[in-house]
Design a binder for this molecule. Structure first.
Ligand code: GTP
Ligand code: MG
Length: 232
């Protein structure tokens, strides 16, 4: 079964889109050990069965809140086949912050450019092909309230699910930072276990940011001295 995660900032239309995809039939539980609601549903399209998992609404994927940690752990550890990033077309700039973090996590992202009707009524003109080219992912305009674009979204999800290779989009940070990132990455690669569990570039960036959860992982590594040495 194809596993699909839904993610997006608060109020972008996640619940409506979840209902559009699953027919509203949801299994509701909690995330393990957490009191945050976990919603799962099934979507059938063209003979394919997809499990749709609704992730908590979040603006970013740092380790600062339980919602963000749940979302990020799910993406890193469960590695869903496709992550539908629901982006509010009427608030593109703020929403793309989360998108960049998903790309950094090497998630297989498909963007649902939702509230497209709102963006149009505001007179916004979004060049979808250009946005898609720049981000290196498929972008599908949707209107969750009227189900416009849902079929096209499902087509894109199936296409991405069938691509064997995980897509890799690199966001550059400039020469000085890149040098540091690659030095830390090299040290991380010595730990076969750690580097097989997470994207190494993402780990290196998180270490440099001082991300608490990632630093805990580094503490457990046999190569922690080498890794921390590379940061200095
Ligand atoms: N016009 C328009 N309104 C939309 C669209 N999608 C969602 N909405 C409206 O936006 C509001 C938020 O929708 P929800 O589906 O609850 O969004 P959510 O992301 O689940 O919100 P939280 O769970 O609170 O984070 C509701 O009033 C929806 O009716 C859309 O494509 N067009
Ligand atoms: Mg909701």
């Amino acid at each position: 079964m194809i596993e699909v995660a839904l993610i997006g900032n608060p109020n972008v239309g996640k619940s409506l889109l979840f209902n559009d995809l699953t027919g509203g039939k949801a299994h509701v539980g909690n995330w393990p050990g957490k009191t945050v609601e976990k919603k799962e549903g099934i979507c059938r399209y063209k003979g394919e069965e997809m499990k749709i998992v609704d992730l908590p609404g979040t603006y970013s994927l740092t380790a600062h809140s339980i919602d963000e940690l749940i979302a990020r752990d799910y993406i890193v550890k469960e590695k869903p086949d496709v992550v539908i990033d629901i982006v509010d077309a009427s608030n593109l700039e703020r929403n793309l912050y989360l998108t960049f973090q998903l790309l950094e996590l090497e998630a297989n992202v498909v963007i649902a450019l939702n509230k497209y009707d709102v963006a149009e009524s505001l007179g916004y003109e979004i060049n979808i092909d250009e946005l898609s080219r720049m981000l290196g992912v498929r972008v599908v305009p949707t209107v969750a309230t009227t189900k416009e674009g849902i079929k096209e979204l499902l087509e894109a999800v199936l296409e991405v699910a069938k691509e064997k290779k995980r897509r890799k989009v690199t966001i550059g940070y400039g020469e000085a930072a890149e040098e540091l990132i690659s030095r830390v990455e090299k040290a991380i690669l010595k730990d076969k276990d750690l580097s097989s569990r997470y994207p190494t570039r993402w780990l290196a960036i998180k270490i440099l940011e001082g991300d608490e959860e990632v630093l805990k992982e580094v503490e457990r590594s046999r190569f922690r001295n080498e890794i921390l040495e590379a940061v200095r």
